[in-house]
Design a binder for this molecule. Structure first.
Ligand code: ZN
Length: 333
């Protein structure tokens, strides 16, 4: 048995405290401690506002417009310059033309852009709590934590309209209007459905095609992986439990089904944050949200289904990743 006098005990505790301090996530890339700066209520207040106070937010609806107003007002309160981009769209496969909106909040820096985005619309079933009030909440949590952080490059937060079957989607409209400025975008972080699924993931994006239909293996092109790998490294440093997609299917990439994809097609490096489950799914290329199947797009996608700690952890990792890139500490290899 090891015996120590009182003075030795204090010395051991002091040395342990010094050794353990960096693993608490402080200054992972010389930046602020986002794990300490963001707490559960910083994100869940927005999940409640969008999914309980407003409810389902189908493209072109009054509720989708109210959600855009809420996000715009929140970001303005924190000192961001906010522009609301209104566009015409229609449900894919037919339907009347409607108006939808992207909310674009900017903190000016250099000519180079770092973008984070999440869609604020939902399908009609349920109240769009997981898909995607949770993602908008994580986006806003990161925006709040970064509002006063010194950064080199221009930081942009976008809440997209019309992700759910919009033709065009808000993300497509946003990338189209970027035009030649797409070449100035260092990276885009997409946050979609992070509150309900079993496990937290971050993926890279690549061009994807489905020559044998969507139940068979797709062809996956090459895409830059440094944003994903940066996020995974930061997660490890912060003690946050993130993984990437299975080697036997997507191999660290993801599909073509969310707001990141127009950015991929424009040649912009992306990372995609999601809560999902890849083990034991009937279709290994789709996976499933939980062991009992998908909650998204069902009546079960309500506030009570969202796990606050997951939304908080995504906000922390998104903030840390944005700070590393926009601060100039990390970038393409
Ligand atoms: Zn979604």
């Amino acid at each position: 048995m090891l015996r120590m006098n009182r003075r030795s005990v204090w010395l051991v505790m002091f040395v342990a405290a010094v050794l353990l301090a960096p693993t608490a996530g402080t200054l992972a890339q010389g930046g602020p401690d986002f794990a300490a700066a963001i707490d559960t209520e910083d994100v869940m207040v927005h999940v409640r506002a969008l999914s309980v106070a407003i409810g389902a937010r189908p493209l072109g609806s009054q509720a989708e417009a109210r959600a855009a107003d809420y996000v715009a007002a929140t970001l303005r309160d924190w000192g961001y310059t906010v522009e609301v981009q209104t566009f015409e769209t229609r449900p894919a496969g037919g339907g009347e033309r409607v108006l939808s909106r992207n909310v674009i909040a900017t903190r000016p820096g250099s000519d180079r852009l770092v973008i984070a985005g999440a869609h604020l619309d939902s399908v009609e079933a349920g109240t769009g709590a997981g898909d995607n009030a949770s993602g908008v909440a994580a986006l806003l949590g990161a925006a709040k934590a970064l509002r006063d952080v010194e950064l080199a490059h221009t930081l942009v937060f976008v809440a997209f309209g019309a992700e759910e079957r919009g033709d065009p989607s808000g993300a497509q409209v946003y990338v189209d209007q970027l035009g030649a400025r797409a070449a100035d975008v260092i990276a885009m972080l997409n946050i979609d459905s992070v509150g309900v699924g079993d496990t937290l993931y971050v993926y890279a994006g690549a061009p994807v095609s489905w020559p044998n239909g969507q139940d068979a293996a797709p062809e996956i092109g090459n895409g830059p992986v440094w944003v994903r790998d940066l996020a995974l490294d930061l997660a490890a440093g912060l003690g946050l439990p993130f993984q990437t997609s299975p080697a036997e299917t997507w191999g660290g990439y993801t599909g073509d089904w969310s707001d990141h994809y127009p950015f991929v097609e424009a040649g912009i490096p992306v990372a995609y944050f999601e809560a999902w489950r890849w083990d034991g799914a009937p279709n290994p290329w789709w996976g499933q949200e939980t062991a009992d199947g998908d909650v998204m797009h069902t009546a079960g996608d309500v506030y009570e289904a969202v796990k606050p700690a997951q939304v908080e952890q995504v906000a922390e990792l998104v903030a840390a990743t944005l700070a590393a890139i926009a601060g100039g500490a990390a970038g393409p290899p």
